[in-house]
Design a protein around this ligand. Sequence first.
Ligand code: PLP
Ligand code: COI
Length: 360
Amino acid sequence: MQRFCKTVLQNIATKIMKEDLNLDWANLPFGYVPTDYNVRCYYRDGKWGDIEVSTSETIDLHIAATSLHYGQEIFEGLKAFRGRDGKVRVFRMEENARRIRNSAEGLCMAPIPEELFCEMVKKVVSLNARYIPPYGSGASLYIRPLEIGITPSVGVRSSSEYVFIILVSPVGPYFKEGFKPTNICIMRQYDRVAPKGTGRFKTGGNYAASMKSGNHAHELGYSAVLYLDPREKKYLDECGPANFFAIKDGRYITPASESILPSVTNKSIMQLCRDLDIPVEERHITVDELEEASEAGACGTAAVISPVAEVDDLDTGKKYVIASNGEPGPISTRLYNKLRAIQLGEEEDTHGWNTIIEGI
Ligand code: PLP
Ligand code: COI
């Protein structure tokens, strides 16, 4: 009885707070909205400390911290969804926990134990429950974990101390067009990463290195750059802040490359393809193969699936028209709907991808 009353009171409190927020859930951009709490944990003397809950949006950082000078920074991106049944689901949290460990290894930073990562994700989502967009709004709660080196050092060396922070923000679609095809472009004068460099790690430096090309593409009216492999500029690599895929002869093809981020979304879509008997090929894809693509898209946590209408090769002048009617193709639509349905609890989660956050 006591438990029942507590839940009822909590629900009423959440409802009142929700009304206070006054957010236009259905029209949220992909951006930062301040929320009530973030969570933090410090790594000092070779070990992680206690989880701290903070209401502050700032951190106190030494002016010589290695993250500021030498880019010792890694991050993640995952989402929580309010489902049709009212439950809150976080999509593939353990995969993101594993990937940030890999990024930490790549940048000589302290690895975050998977249990710590998951505990902090659950905590920050629960604490900010009133910011989880309602079912049907099309929006979600974006979860942004990040780790930075905080030891002061003017010499180039890795930190001995780190802070791991998770903040959240309610977000709408990354590409403002949502699930509508957009045009992207190839520009060979820019590289985002090096062949055996940091492309497979999720570190801020990769994104800094993509600003110039990204801005250039936006100025020309494209939604993103389709980067080519930095060694030969012959094969497709990835698409701005997302992986790339195409449908060719009914097969799902996606680049295999050592310089791209192993996308959790792409991995999930490949599994869905196998479930749906759509053949999958993860391999080198040459630029001219775009000629035979019947569909294409960018995929990622933020991007979900963003269909591609046309790829313009700005060096050769060749235009690869993919969605000539301006609509997403049937296979992309099927995959998009299936992925969303699993995330929103509308379809059975047969692979155990969702973590349900209890009590909110
Ligand atoms: N590639 C890059 C460069 C990204 O920033 C992202 C976003 O996280 C992805 C791919 C997609 O990865 P995921 O599906 O894990 O979000
Ligand atoms: C994500 O999809 O989670 C990303 O990190 C992309 C982004 C840099 C906005």
